[in-house]
Structure formats: structure tokens, C-alpha cells
Design a protein around this ligand. Structure first.
Ligand code: BGC
Length: 695
């Protein structure tokens, strides 16, 4: 792409200075040396110009739409330093035509990190084919409460699990020389108040619960980090020197650049640059002219400016000069191979929550007539319409998926359930029923002032009242039914769960979701997803959440750690999901050496058909001298097994992952105690084998 010998003259004095040669395949030293030279040659105006997005409003005026192209920023035209081109995600590249994957929460339910890396690779390829080189879609905020509007953009409630997925997406995207942005740093888990809410958090909670997944992505060498809109301990994240300078750039030695979240992410020129924010997106409002003035007045030291510009130039150069593994022609965008992967992800992410008396799978041999009921069955419903909206028209709805699957073997009758009596009559007249209910972008998503219809966050944690009435009406007259839930996080189902034999959590399942769903309902695919969060019976069991508060405390416990600590039974535990076959665990072994603990276990498929199981490894801290969770996830593995097949899996657990953060010593400390190691099919103790180990 770039191979330019730039003879550089200083524009102002006209004197010959130096030759900067930017070429493919440069080493880190060569990049550093060029950037250092450039920093000496750049004018203040050029430096400041490299620290923001460019021409955003001009481009918006031209397109009259957001997201239809990549947005430039950074760059030094006189020195031939290339800009970055930002596009968003995470359910694919948002620019029209891209492959639309299931949302991240669904992907989290696949527990398949290798698959996530493949998703990342496709996103990387399509970004490049669109002319983008910065992907702002690695969203890894922790799901603290299911009402969070953007829950669908992250992977779940557990920091370890989110970190594995975030790192995998970074790896995949960056293979194609696209910079991955990890966002929103940090503690951004409420939508409506996101521009102002102040998150109070103690040091242990910050270090152990809300930051480790970010650290994992930094260790994966993510190119950039996006600061969050909210405040942490009284300071906006875009200015928060404790988060940005001390932790991210200091302790974690993050080498890339930090850019603001868009529009309202930076509120003050001097606080921003002092706080550690390198790039203001999507345009210069507090940087640009204001920053120049502040530097001239001596309010901002040159070295802070040079540090920021150096990071931007080095990072962009590193990615734009690396040899590409392939070429990126536009016909890659939304191509058939990519669509196939979207289907595989949808298949592996759907979670079978209930299946009484093997009600599913339905058989086309036994069913002659099938009713598909509910407006969502016939809707292209891939999730939020905010910044993560992938513009893809070719979407298989549940109804289309089912029709394509059964062809002319089964008569399919669709009813939108506007009239519940009619829906009930139809249900009574057929052999089996699929009810599709849940949410759309109108119920949950990103809160964008003046654009969002609602508040972003969910108002209701259960289904809409009408959906509940529909389920009751249909299940009363036809017991051969399945409820398919569409949504981005936990949906409470206490009111109707007992009335139906089967429930599938289908998520916003992307452009191939309808096909994947049909394959699961009719048994072509054996369901294998597991919940990446806990589903409570009662909202009172969840942490405090109020979208109107200006300040909120994030506690140490949430999700399964909270349920276990309080000894409350959830409706469905973290890590839970059924299959059409059965797996058994035996012969657990635990060994340890200086660095790690290795856990082995035999898993057998003891049921009638092939299937995939997700084994989960937890560590228990009941002997701790301090207050710690009863147990924490520390490993997982997906494994395919034929009927009667047994495989031994082995999972390594780094001893450092047993440590706790001691705020008094400002250090991670490993307790020398007896730990319990658990391995099994969900976080529920009854589903786990255990062994004790002394460290
Ligand atoms: C969102 C970010 C997104 C950005 C640009 C913001 O409102 O919070 O997640 O990357 O818009 O699309």
C-alpha cells in the first residue's frame, strides 16, 4: 500500500531536512526511528491535527447517514503518514453489505474462542475490503445487570470469559492488519445515564472484576482502546488519568493509542491530554485549535503531546506497513464463505434451556402441519440499530429458515399473533407450534439522545405482557410447542416457564439465524450453547440498577458470584445449556507445578447422537482468609463427541489466576491455602466434579 520515499522540507523555512522512507515490512526499530524523526519535523498544527478524527461532519453531510463508510483520523499528509479509517462493530463491520454475525452475547454463549477468532478474521478481511483499518467493535464491558441496553454487544457476566473472547476477536481482526479498538474503558454498563453517571468502585472490585478482561486484550496487543463516556470515581473516563495513564499506559504498558468515545467522550482540553487521551473522535472539538492554544500558552507540556502523537503514528504505521497475508477485494464482503461461518456461529450459540420429555427435536416424519407464531418470527431482527448496526439486507428470519428446512414435507402456517384468539385456534389445529417472542432494537440498545426511541436500557426484564398471554394461550391447546426467545441478555421466564415443554434462547442470531434455528428445532444440529450469564427467578436477586441515578456503586459481587454468595437459586445458572444427547464426567485429575495447575477429566457422550459439550473449570476459595467468591470460572473447552465416545480433556490454569488484589499492598497476592478445583457442565455445584489442591 505504502512505499513512498518522502523528501521532506520544512514548509516554513523551506530548508532541506531529511528523507523519511515509509515502506512495507519495517521493523519496530525502523518505525520508532521514523516516528521520532517525524516528531522533530512536525509543526504544532500537524501534531494536533493527528490527534483527532477528520472531516466527520463533511462526510456525514455527504452521506446523510452514519456508518456507511470508514471515518478517517490521525495521519500527517505532508510526511506521508497514513490516516486511520474507523469502522464499528461488533456483530460484523457496520458498513453496508458486510456479513452480519450473531451478536457478541450469542457468541459468548458458544464458548468457542477459536470460532470467535475466525469471526474476527472475517471482520478484519471485510474491514480491509471496505477500506477501513481500525475496527471499533471489541466491546468487552461486563454485564452487571441484564437491563443494560447494550448487553448484546458484550460477551457475558464473567470477566475471565469476556477476556478470552475479547482477546480472540483482537487476534482475528489484527491478523489482517486492522487495528482493534477495545471499548469502553471502563465500567460502562448502563446506557441511559452513560454520558454522566459516576461509577463508584473500590479498588479490589475494579481490579478483580471490571479490569482483568481489558488487561487480557492489552496483553494480546490490541492497537487501541476507546475510553468510556461515564465517570469513574468522579472523573470522566476520557480524562481519567488513574485509568488511562496510571493503569493502562503505566502498569499495563499499553503501547497503542487511546481514543475517545464519540461525541461526548471528551469534555475538557487540558484534562483530556493530561488524563492520557490521545485522539478525540470523531472530530476536533476540545483538541484541534483549543489544544494548540493550550500548548502555546504552556498549559500542556510538549512531551505529553509528543507521547500522544508518537503513539498514534507508531501504531498506524505498524499496521499499515506490515505485509498483508492476502489481498482484500470487495467481493469478500458478505461472500458465501463468510455467511457459512455466520451460520455456524448461530448454530453453536443457541441455548436449549428446557426440553421436557425430549419434546425437541421435531421430526418432519411425524409432523404434517406446523404453526409459526409471533411477529418476531417474520422479522429481520438482528439487534440494535445504534453504532453496532450491520447494514445487511439478506437475513434469514425464523419463518424463512423453517420453510427452507421443511420444504414441502410439512405445511407451515404463519400467524403474527396480533389476535391471540386466532393464534390459539391455529395452534389447536396443527401438529406442532414454534412461538417466537422477545425483543427488538426498540426494546433494548444503545441510547443516542434525540435518536433512540426509548432509553436504551430495558424497562422490562421479562417478556411483554402480550407475549406471556400468547404463550399461555398456545401452550394450553398444543403441548408440542417450543418457545424461541430473541434478545441480548437474560429474559425472566418464571411466569410461563412451567407451561411449555421447550425453550430455546436464540439471541439476535445474525443473517443466518433463521436457518440455524430451524436446524436445531428439527435436529439437524444438536444444540450446544450455554448461558454466559445467570438468569434469575426474581429481579430482586440482581444488583441494584437504576438508569436515572447520577451515581452508582458497582459492588464486588454480581452474576453467579452474587447468587452463590447469597445462596440463592437462579432460574438457570451461568454456564447452563442442554443438548439432545447426554454427557458424563469422570476420573478427574489435578496436578500442579510452579506456574500452573493442570486439570484432566474424561468426558463421555452417553446419549444417542453426536454432540458438543462445553466443559467449565472453576476454582473455589472457601478457605480464603479474606472475603472471596465461592468460586470463579478459570477455564473452559468445547469438545465434540460421537455417541459412546470418551475423550480426556486437559485444561491449564495459571497460578497467577488464583490471586486476589490486595489494595493495601497495591499488589496481586496468591494465598497459600487449599483451593477447590471444579470441572463439569455448568456453574451449578451438582454439575461439577471437585478435587482439593494445596498451593
Ligand atoms: C458508541 C461507541 C461507538 C461510537 C462510534 C458511540 O456512541 O458508544 O461504542 O464505537 O459511537 O460508532
Amino acid at each position: 500500500m505504502i512505499n513512498i520515499k518522502a523528501i521532506i522540507t520544512n514548509d516554513f523555512k523551506g530548508e532541506f531536512l531529511e528523507v523519511l522512507e515509509i515502506k512495507k515490512g519495517m521493523t519496530e526499530e525502523e518505525i520508532n526511528s521514523i516516528v521520532n524523526k517525524a516528531l522533530r519535523m512536525m509543526t504544532l498544527k500537524e501534531k494536533v491535527a493527528a490527534m483527532s478524527g477528520n472531516n466527520f461532519y463533511l462526510l456525514m453531510l455527504k452521506d446523510l447517514k452514519f456508518g456507511v463508510r470508514a471515518y478517517p483520523g490521525g495521519g500527517v499528509p505532508r510526511l506521508n503518514f497514513p490516516p486511520f479509517y474507523f469502522t464499528d462493530g461488533p456483530r460484523g463491520v457496520i458498513i453496508p453489505g458486510s456479513t452480519c454475525f450473531p451478536v457478541s452475547m450469542a457468541r459468548g454463549a458458544s464458548w468457542d474462542v477459536l470460532l470467535e477468532e475466525k469471526v474476527g478474521e472475517i471482520i478484519g478481511k471485510e474491514a480491509r475490503a471496505h477500506g477501513a483499518n481500525l475496527f471499533g467493535g471489541v466491546c468487552i464491558n461486563l454485564l452487571r445487570h441484564p437491563a443494560w441496553g447494550r448487553a448484546q454487544e458484550t460477551y457475558g457476566e464473567d470477566s475471565f470469559h469476556i477476556g478470552e473472547f475479547g482477546a480472540a476477536l483482537v487476534r482475528g481482526v489484527q491478523k489482517h492488519n486492522v487495528m482493534a479498538t477495545v471499548k469502553h474503558f471502563a465500567l460502562n454498563s448502563i446506557e441511559f445515564s452513560r454520558f454522566k453517571v459516576n461509577i463508584q468502585v473500590n479498588e479490589r472490585t475494579l481490579r478483580e472484576v471490571y479490569l482483568p478482561h481489558f488487561r487480557k486484550c492489552v496483553e494480546e496487543e490490541c492497537a487501541t482502546v476507546m475510553s468510556a463516556y461515564n465517570k469513574v470515581r468522579g472523573e470522566y473516563c476520557g480524562h481519567n488519568s488513574y485509568l488511562l495513564r496510571d493503569i493502562l499506559k503505566g502498569e499495563w504498558n499499553f503501547k497503542g493509542f487511546i481514543h475517545s468515545d464519540w461525541m461526548y467522550g471528551l469534555k475538557d482540553t487540558i484534562k483530556g491530554i493530561r488524563g492520557g487521551l490521545d485522539v478525540e473522535m470523531p472530530r476536533a472539538k476540545y483538541y484541534g485549535r483549543k489544544l494548540r492554544r493550550a500548548v502555546k500558552k504552556g498549559k500542556v507540556p510538549q512531551d505529553l503531546l509528543d507521547d500522544a502523537v508518537g503513539r498514534i503514528l507508531r501504531t498506524v504505521l505498524k499496521f499499515t506497513t506490515k505485509e498483508d497475508p492476502q489481498t482484500y477485494s470487495p467481493d469478500l464482503i458478505g461472500c458465501s464463505d463468510h455467511i457459512l461461518l455466520a451460520r455456524e456461529v448461530a448454530e453453536k450459540s443457541m441455548v436449549l434451556l428446557k426440553n421436557q420429555d425430549d419434546n425437541l427435536p421435531f421430526s418432519t416424519e411425524e409432523i404434517n402441519t406446523l404453526a409459526v407464531i409471533g411477529a418476531l418470527a417474520n422479522m429481520k431482527n438482528t439487534g440494535d440499530h445504534g453504532s453496532s448496526h450491520v447494514r445487511q439486507r439478506n437475513i434469514a428470519t425464523p419463518l424463512e429458515g423453517i420453510k427452507d428446512h421443511v420444504k414441502n414435507k410439512v405445511k407451515v402456517i404463519y400467524n403474527n399473533a396480533i389476535d391471540i384468539d386466532v393464534a390459539q385456534q391455529i395452534a389447536q389445529s396443527v401438529d406442532a407450534v414454534v412461538i417466537v417472542v422477545g425483543y427488538t432494537y426498540k426494546d433494548e440498545g444503545e441510547y443516542i439522545p434525540r435518536m433512540s426511541r426509548g432509553y436504551g436500557d430495558r424497562i422490562n426484564l421479562g417478556l411483554k405482557e402480550r407475549d406471556g398471554i400468547l404463550i399461555d394461550a398456545v401452550s394450553k391447546v398444543n403441548k408440542k410447542c417450543v418457545v424461541v426467545l430473541v434478545g441480548g441478555s437474560a429474559i425472566l421466564m418464571e411466569k410461563w416457564k412451567e407451561n411449555v415443554p421447550s425453550i430455546i434462547m436464540a439471541w439476535y442470531s445474525g443473517m443466518e439465524g433463521g436457518h440455524a434455528l430451524a436446524d436445531i428445532i428439527f435436529g439437524k444440529v444438536n444444540p450446544s450453547g450455554k448461558l454466559p450469564f445467570t438468569i434469575p427467578e426474581d429481579p430482586a436477586h440482581l444488583p441494584y440498577f437504576n438508569i436515572k441515578d447520577d451515581e452508582i456503586e458497582y459492588d464486588y459481587y454480581h452474576g453467579y458470584t452474587l447468587f452463590e454468595k447469597k445462596n440463592v437459586e437462579p432460574e438457570f445458572p451461568f454456564g447452563f445449556g442442554l443438548s439432545y444427547t447426554k454427557f458424563s464426567y469422570k476420573n478427574m485429575e489435578v496436578e500442579s507445578n510452579k506456574e500452573k495447575i493442570t486439570v484432566k477429566v474424561e468426558i463421555s457422550n452417553v446419549g444417542p447422537i453426536a454432540g458438543e459439550e462445553i466443559a467449565q473449570l472453576y476454582v473455589g476459595f472457601e478457605n480464603s482468609a479474606i472475603d472471596r467468591p465461592l468460586k470463579l470460572l478459570r477455564g473452559f473447552k468445547r469438545i465434540a463427541l460421537n455417541p459412546n465416545e470418551t475423550k480426556t480433556i486437559s485444561l491449564d490454569l495459571a497460578k497467577k489466576d488464583l490471586a486476589w488484589y490486595n489494595p493495601n499492598n497495591k499488589a496481586w497476592e496468591l494465598e497459600s491455602i487449599e483451593y477447590t478445583i471444579y470441572i463439569g457442565s455448568s456453574s451449578k455445584n451438582e454439575d461439577l466434579l471437585t478435587k482439593k489442591i494445596n498451593i
